[in-house]
Design a protein around this ligand. Structure first.
Ligand code: ATP
Ligand code: ZN
Length: 293
């Protein structure tokens, strides 16, 4: 199926659920002004020719694969389960919606690697990912495909084990289950149609992707400034988490001390500051970064 020509770029996002708020946040942080109008399906962006298509997450890979949407935000779990040919292209991970697809069995059940699953009945809403995992491990087991509420299947004697998304493990625990294997680590992804976005929308799509990249990269990143003894520079660079070469500038009227500025890609904890101080740094400032390009 190929879609009709459009006059606006379309980004597919989850309408409501675990990815919905963060997806809208990303769009707003990229400078798109979203108008939540009467139309529940389409939100308009007022400062660019862009629409947000708000749908169930399961439909996002299909809309993007078919070109109904140019870009989409969806979990890796949903994208890989969808198995489109050709599949939508992954542009980048977005750093939110983290979870794991795991196999879980009743607490205390003996488990000694994937081979223990042989001959079992495993309930899941991810039959494609589960069957690929079983095949990878040369295990033959029965897959019971469910629409939801997978975690109750063992209690109802529908299955011996389940394969489901886990973030904290609280749901498993509440149902007397324990994780025994991890099939997939997932997070929200920015995806696009299998064929590059062409025509008049290409530059706009490129610029939106660059902005999303900037917002995503600046999340958690910090700008760190301090004064330090010139002799301690190597040690200080080692301590700074995820920093490229820092900028070093002389301090007026001081011979052996310099100002050090660095962008740290990872969280800067109090422990890091204490180590910097122990290495001789003083006047340490940690500032948030709003945008990066
Ligand atoms: P929809 O109505 O859009 O189909 P849904 O019920 O399938 O929604 P949600 O529960 O909102 O989906 O989860 C959306 C996505 O959020 C998941 O596919 C997954 O990528 C991610 N996610 C993050 N943490 C979790 C979690 N603990 N459990 C389930 N999904 C999670
Ligand atoms: Zn869904």
């Amino acid at each position: 199926m190929s879609s009709l020509p459009r006059t606006r770029l379309v980004i597919a996002i989850q309408k409501s659920g675990r990815l919905a708020d963060k997806s809208l946040e990303l769009v707003s942080s990229a400078g798109l002004r979203v108008v939540k109008g009467a139309n529940e399906l389409l939100y308009r962006v007022e400062n660019y020719p862009i629409d947000l298509l708000r749908v169930r997450d399961d439909d996002i890979p299909t809309f993007v694969a078919d070109g109904v949407a140019d870009l989409g935000i969806v979990g890796r779990n949903v994208l890989e389960e969808a198995a489109h040919d050709p599949p939508p292209e992954v542009i980048m991970p977005l750093g939110f919606g983290r979870c794991e697809l795991k196999i879980a069995a009743p607490e205390g059940a003996p488990f000694d690697g994937p081979a223990s699953l042989a001959g079992m009945r495993i309930a899941t809403t991810y039959p494609n990912l589960l069957s690929a995992y079983l095949a990878r491990n040369g295990v033959s087991a029965e897959i019971v495909t469910m629409k939801g509420a997978v975690e109750v299947a063992p209690r109802l004697k529908l299955a011996n084990a389940i394969c489901d998304l886990v973030s904290t493990g609280a749901t498993l625990e509440a149902n007397g289950l324990a994780a025994v294997a991890t099939i997939l680590r997932s997070e929200a992804l920015l995806i696009r149609a299998p064929h590059p976005i062409g025509g008049e929308f290409a530059p706009l799509a490129d610029s939106i992707v660059q902005r999303f990249r900037g917002v995503t990269a600046s999340q958690g990143a910090k700008y760190v400034m301090m004064n330090a003894p010139r002799a301690a520079l190597a040690r200080i660079t080692d301590i700074l988490p995820g920093a490229d070469a820092p900028t070093v500038t002389p301090l007026a009227g001081v011979e052996d001390r310099v100002a050090v500025h660095a962008v740290c890609q990872e969280s800067v904890f109090w422990e890091t500051l204490e180590r910097l101080k122990a290495a001789g740094a003083s006047a340490i400032l940690v500032l948030p970064i709003e945008k990066m390009m």
